[in-house]
Design a protein around this ligand. Structure first.
Ligand code: ASP
Length: 325
């Protein structure tokens, strides 16, 4: 059966070039999505591929306005019933944030696959063309269905629920911190060994969502100061996620800062700066009004809080949702 894919370009290193083949960093986004696809031998034998250039930016410039626009565009394609899969090229720096928001808000009847690259297209051993080919292969494969939003990088398929950038420059930058590797792509064969827990329903509707409220992420550490909390309140943030110590323990400045912020109507979450493990509930949370991030890392907790605040959820609904995800 001939398949129909949509390939959405948003930019990133996969769309970038540098001045010399040996130059692996310090590059600029120059390539359009159609040119990138044209440079991938055999892509058109996989499927009819319709290219769309939504943005062409470094992913550090992606904000909620862009991510929500991308999410709505993907949702339109999913609802049309006319596509067999969707591939999105994206910079790797914030790819996990975009992927997690898509994971929470889309009901993927067909595969949705995010892909990037660590080396610009002009580099010796550029990883973009093979990553893109493999992502198209994953999107075409019926075995990719019902696995939620996927990230395909460096021969590995990862769930958007668990995807993390783990290296600043290496080609195997993208992975997971624990569970979440779902399969692999080797020599044109896609293999799966795991199926993620995909939300039965989107966390919220994308309808009318154009931007998400400001939620500041504050790192906690020894001798941490109070002023980041005061600044968040003064800047009009709607919430704060603290990347706390250990199991979401807070320094006295963070505790005071959160108390102050809660009094000003901000919702505060205790997450952790530690890469592994959940942040558990504390009996004192009820008195302090703090929420625990549960199994989410600080960035993921921030995304959930922004979506929740955009829907005007109450604190108890947010608390319950954080424990469930
Ligand atoms: N700076 C790039 C970005 O757009 C990094 C990358 O794509 O690997 O996120």
């Amino acid at each position: 059966m001939h398949r129909h894919l949509v390939l959405i370009g948003t930019g990133g290193t996969i769309a970038a070039t540098a001045n010399a083949a040996q130059q692996l960093t310090d590059y600029t986004v120059t390539q359009g999505i159609a040119a990138m696809l044209a440079a991938v031998p055999g892509a058109h034998e996989l499927a009819d591929i319709h290219c769309e250039q939504l943005f062409n930016i470094d992913s550090r410039a992606m904000g909620s306005a862009q991510v929500l626009r991308l999410a709505r565009r993907i949702e339109q394609h999913l609802k049309s019933g006319a596509v067999d899969g969707i591939v999105v090229t994206h910079g790797t720096d914030t790819l996990e944030e975009t992927a997690f928001l898509l994971h929470l808000t889309l009901q993927c009847q067909v595969p949705v696959v995010l892909v990037g690259a660590m080396r610009p297209g002009s580099a010796l051993s550029a990883d973009g063309p093979l990553n893109l080919y493999n992502a198209l292969l994953v999107a075409c494969d019926p075995a990719s269905q019902a696995r939620g939003v996927l990230v395909a990088m460096n021969d590995t398929i990862v769930s958007a629920r668990a995807a993390l950038k783990l290296s600043t420059t290496q080609v195997q930058a993208f992975g997971v911190d624990g569970t979440g590797v779902l399969g692999s792509i080797t020599d044109r064969v896609v293999r799966y060994w795991a199926r993620p827990d995909v939300p039965a329903n989107p966390l919220c509707s994308l309808k009318g969502l154009r931007r998400l409220p400001a939620v500041d992420l504050i790192l906690d550490y020894q001798d941490a100061p109070l002023h980041p909390y005061q600044a968040a309140i003064a800047a009009g943030a709607s919430g704060i996620v603290v990347a706390g110590m250990g199991n979401g323990s807070l320094s006295s400045a963070a505790e005071r800062g959160c108390r102050l912020a809660t009094r000003h109507g901000l919702v505060c979450i205790r997450a952790s700066r530690v890469p592994r493990g959940a942040v558990t509930l504390k009996s004192s949370d009820h008195d302090t009004g703090l929420l625990a991030a549960g199994a989410l890392n600080a960035l993921q907790a921030r995304t959930v809080l922004r979506l929740a605040l955009a829907q005007h959820w109450g604190t108890e609904q947010i608390r319950e949702t954080l424990q469930r995800l």
